[in-house]
Ligand binder design. Structure first.
Ligand SMILES: *Cc1c(COP(=O)(O)O)cnc(C)c1O
Length: 400
């Protein structure tokens, strides 16, 4: 009796992809993904070594863990499946992914255009690092499409977008900016950390490359650093294959293994945290201490329509303005369950004051240009009970 074929992994639901995708079992038939903590590989014969280096081996392809590793490969295949990408390459951190993603696409004389609200280290790469190699950059107000049109140049080779952006969850229209970029032949790179592949799939919206800090929701337990670059096979091979092999920002197989286990619960965690974040955004908005709340799927978000169009749900993060730095500090110091920390995407809820932490290296003028006022607080919502979180945050707002 023949059974009907199960759909291919590409057709599975995200939850199934996250549990079953990329799994390659060794000859021992282990249940859980194996951890291949090895630097190099040995060959049955000189001919086999020859074939592996030539890339013509019919068996395993691995030659050295800086080039690739079976545990890392399982992580890469699982994430590629979830993202709907042809290829994923893992890196040691989110910044390793982003710096390689950008440098692999440019050379001296090229220009990179980005949204103004960016993760701090990305700003440093664009403003301080790449100019040393003759690569110029400029930035625009992300939600303003006319600003993108005006700032794009004939030599713009990369358009770099973070959406929702840190820390106020500002939204940039990926599909519209991609059209503007592609008119001059620029590649679009999207930092998709805040949305995760569950809520936003930039490649389907016209982006060429997606980057992640896997340190955040993908690990989800605040344990290890990791990152990933995803895109079409040809572009990934052209731009990154040799770059990653020879510059060596390789992910530790141990960290890949931790994140493989993290991914098994990614959908459960992100779904739970997002429900809590949406409820907490309403609670914060209704409190008299709050000047303003920022949450992508609330009607009062400045880019609500774009958020609804390109994201299937809000976010596990929210931000709000309590008016003054003193009020923000009072709020943070009154929290009893939520920790004060600059990290995000953790199972523990974490609150931060961007002005004095993540965004302190910016000038006040730069901070204000992206809306980061001294009263702003960013909250990464975790997995604690919503009742406890609500009480903790209400009490802290009373103290603000
Ligand atoms: C954390 C983060 C990064 C950097 O990732 P690391 O893993 O810390 O190197 C980049 N972009 C965004 C949006 C982030 O939140």
């Amino acid at each position: 009796m023949s059974t009907p074929p199960i759909e291919t992994p590409e057709a599975w639901e995200p939850a199934t992809q996250l549990i079953r995708g990329g799994l390659t079992r060794s000859l021992y038939g282990e249940t859980s993904e194996a951890l291949f903590l090895t630097q190099s590989f040995v060959y049955e014969s000189a001919e086999e070594a020859d074939a592996r280096f030539a890339g013509t081996s019919n068996g395993p392809q691995f030659v050295y863990s800086r080039y690739g590793n079976p545990t890392n490969q399982m992580f890469e295949e699982k994430l590629a499946l979830l993202e709907g990408a042809e290829l994923c390459r893992s890196t040691a951190s989110g910044m390793a992914a982003i710096s390689s993603a950008l440098t692999g696409l440019v050379q001296a004389g090229d220009h990179i255009l980005s949204g103004r609200a960016l993760f701090g280290s990305c700003r440093w790469i664009l403003d301080k690092h790449l100019p040393r190699f003759g690569v110029e950059s400029s930035s625009v107000d992300g939600p303003d499409l006319d600003a993108w049109r005006a700032a794009i140049r004939p030599n713009t080779k990369v358009v770099f977008i973070e959406t929702p952006a840190n820390p106020l969850l500002e939204i940039t229209d990926i599909a519209e900016v991609a059209k503007i970029a592609h008119e001059v032949g620029a590649k679009v790179v999207v930092d998709n950390v805040f949305a995760t592949a569950l809520y936003q799939q930039p490649l389907k919206l016209g982006a060429d490359i997606v980057v992640y800090s896997a340190t955040k929701h993908i690990d989800g337990g605040g344990r290890v650093l990791g990152g990933a670059i995803l895109g079409k096979q040809t572009l990934m091979d052209e731009a990154y294959k040799d770059l990653l092999r020879h510059t060596g920002p390789a992910l530790s197989p141990f960290n890949a293994w931790v994140m493989l286990k993290g991914m098994e619960t990614l959908e459960l965690r992100v779904d739970r945290a997002t429900r809590s974040a949406a409820a907490l955004a309403d609670l914060v908005a209704d409190h008299k201490a709050t000047r303003r709340v920022f949450y992508p799927h609330r009607k009062d978000h400045p880019q609500y329509a774009v958020a609804k169009k390109q994201m299937s749900a809000g976010s596990t993060l929210l931000a709000f303005d309590l008016g003054t730095q003193a009020a923000a500090f009072n709020f943070l110091n009154a929290l009893q369950i939520v920790d004060i920390s600059n990290n995000l995407g953790d199972s523990k809820s974490l609150a931060t004051h961007p002005t004095t932490t993540t965004h302190r290296s910016m000038s006040e003028e730069e901070r204000l240009s992206v809306g980061v006022t001294p009263g702003c607080v960013r909250l990464s919502v975790g997995l604690e009970g919503l009742g406890d979180l609500s009480r903790d945050i209400s009490r802290a707002l009373d103290a603000a």
